[in-house]
Ligand binder design. Structure first.
Ligand code: BG6
Ligand code: MG
Length: 221
């Protein structure tokens, strides 16, 4: 199969545990404004999905309909709560193994990019002081099609000048894994095999990853 020349990373839930803060803020919105609870299982459907689309999915879960104006207001409230939760983020919140793996990739000449649906991605990357690792950063401000559409990773590949089949994507969201598959890229799920079984490989976190393991995908497929 194709040689892996570039790695594209999702941010929330792959590089740093912001997925838990998104969940906290959505759960609070469900509890305080929408009158229902949001379970962790339901939350899986929101991972990787844009802010407005996430709210639409939640409204559907609760059987609710809101005006566009009200939806904008609630999405803004959720974002304020979320920003409050991430305001003191520091490099020690980077998941174990992340910088070690990024260093190894750099050393081996693998190109590195970031593809996150979040409009807060740049703020987080800066707070974590890992900006210099990424040759390209595609965030929620730069995409029109949400995951599972492959746009976000295809744009990343294009900016790196690497063909999609030579890219590997790291994702904690079902929609993100599907986005990689739809883009004809290698997919590495970060999390549970029960949730991310569609991926070419599933790991618990980047601490389990190495250049050697990455290259094993080329042989297996
Ligand atoms: C994704 C998260 O990375 O970004 C989603 O997995 C989140 O949970 C989405 O809703 C949009 O983030 P933001 O910061 O623009 O609201
Ligand atoms: Mg994610």
């Amino acid at each position: 199969m194709s040689e892996i020349k570039a790695c594209l990373f999702d941010l929330d839930g792959v590089i740093v545990d912001t997925a838990k803060y998104h969940y906290k803020a959505w759960k609070r919105l469900a509890n305080e404004k929408l009158g229902f609870d949001l379970t962790e299982e339901q939350n899986e459907q929101l991972k990787g999905i844009s802010r407005m689309k996430s709210l639409d999915i939640m409204l559907e879960m609760g059987g609710l309909t809101l005006s566009d104006e009200k939806k904008k207001e609630y999405a803004a409230i959720k974002n304020e709560w979320y920003k409050e939760l991430i305001k003191d983020m520091s490099p020690d919140e980077i998941f174990p193994g992340v910088t070690g793996f990024l260093d190894e990739l750099k050393e081996k000449g693998i190109r590195i990019g970031l593809g996150s649906a979040s409009k807060n991605a740049m703020t987080i990357i800066k707070a974590l002081k890992i900006e210099e690792y990424f040759e390209t950063i595609i965030d929620g401000h730069k995409v029109t099609q949400p995951k599972p559409h492959p746009e976000i990773f295809l744009n990343g590949a294009k900016e790196l000048g690497v063909s999609p089949e030579n890219c590997a994507v790291f994702e904690d969201a079902v929609s993100g894994v599907q986005s990689a598959i739809n883009g004809n890229m290698y997919s590495i799920g970060v999390g549970s095999p029960d949730v991310l079984g569609e991926a070419d490989m599933v790991i618990a976190g980047l601490h389990e990853m190495s250049f050697e393991k990455l290259k094993s995908l080329e042989r297996e497929m």
